[in-house]
Design a protein around this ligand. Structure first.
Ligand SMILES: [Zn+2]
Length: 287
């Protein structure tokens, strides 16, 4: 179990910080335009999404435009897997309030991909993150089970349960007081295929991957994580990190090193929604 968990975490198992909205599931999704906004003037208050892929499949976003300036989105997966409740009860910390406090102190906008299970465990933190305009919350599934057959040893969500698992996360968000969770979904471990993209197509979410792996899962060397991020970031990058103390204990320290260095290089931090909006032609400079 430990080995499989560690393997999974190496990529994104920790990525549980998806924010789920009451917005994404059955409620908000029908109001999201099926097509990307063609210009900055189109419905700026609605979160931008990508148009469906071929055959109506859930679209996948990995990074923003490379030619729209030095912007970068830090994303934090708030991982907690269904079944980890006893470990939390025994004292294991799946949250990371120090990391969130550091982002606030540094004034770094960020997107938190939260699992529904995490929101259930830490409703006060989930709500506080969602209410802070510095952050946005997106969906990282309820269970943090895999949406493909082979994904770092994670248990698998049956195809007929995939949509319900994502919707259950949005429900958990609402119960925690998280409103306006975004219609963005990050697959646990990033694992997806045509079948899972089809299974979620009715939700009208945009699947959000990344182009820079922070490598903070189970890392013990904050400097190494910081170097990996700094080496990987390009204009428009999406960086995946984690918001889970027990499995990503050096993330806060790495972020404290990365942020001033990227700013010194001329980068500005934005949320994923800004990058998706930029991909649709919107300016990324809007707040
Ligand atoms: Zn994850």
């Amino acid at each position: 179990m430990i080995a499989s968990v560690r393997r999974a975490a190496a990529v994104c198992v920790l990525a549980a910080c998806t924010a789920a909205p009451s917005s994404c599931g059955a409620q908000r999704a029908p109001h999201i335009p099926a097509r990307p906004a063609p210009s900055a003037s189109a419905a700026p208050s609605r979160p931008p999404t990508l148009a469906p892929g071929p055959a109506g499949l859930t679209p996948v976003f990995s990074h923003g435009p490379r030619t729209r300036g030095r912007v970068v989105a830090l994303t934090f997966d708030a991982d907690m897997t269904a079944g980890q409740g006893p470990r939390a009860a025994a004292g294991e910390h799946f949250d990371n309030p120090g990391l969130i406090a550091a982002l606030r102190a540094l004034k770094v906008p960020a997107t938190v991909f939260m699992t529904g299970r995490w929101a259930e465990q830490y409703p006060d933190q989930a709500r506080a993150i969602a209410r802070d305009p510095l952050f946005e919350v997106a969906n990282h599934s309820y269970s943090h089970y895999a949406f493909t057959g082979d994904c770092y040893g994670l248990p698998t969500v049956p195809e007929e349960r995939m949509r319900a698992d994502v919707e259950r996360a949005y429900t958990a968000f609402r119960k925690a007081g998280v409103r306006d969770a975004l219609p963005y979904f990050r697959f646990p471990g990033g694992c997806h295929d045509r079948r899972s993209l089809r299974a979620l197509s009715g939700l009208k979410v945009t699947a959000v991957q990344w182009d820079v792996v922070g490598g903070d899962a189970f890392a013990t060397d904050a400097d190494a994580v910081a170097r990996q991020v700094l080496d990987g970031v390009r204009p428009g990058s999406v960086v995946v990190l984690h918001c889970t103390r027990s499995a990503a204990p050096v993330t806060e320290r790495a972020v404290r090193a990365v942020v001033p260095e990227l700013r010194a290089r001329g980068y500005r931090f934005v949320k994923v929604s800004a990058l998706i909006g930029a991909a649709n032609g919107r300016p990324t400079l809007e707040k």
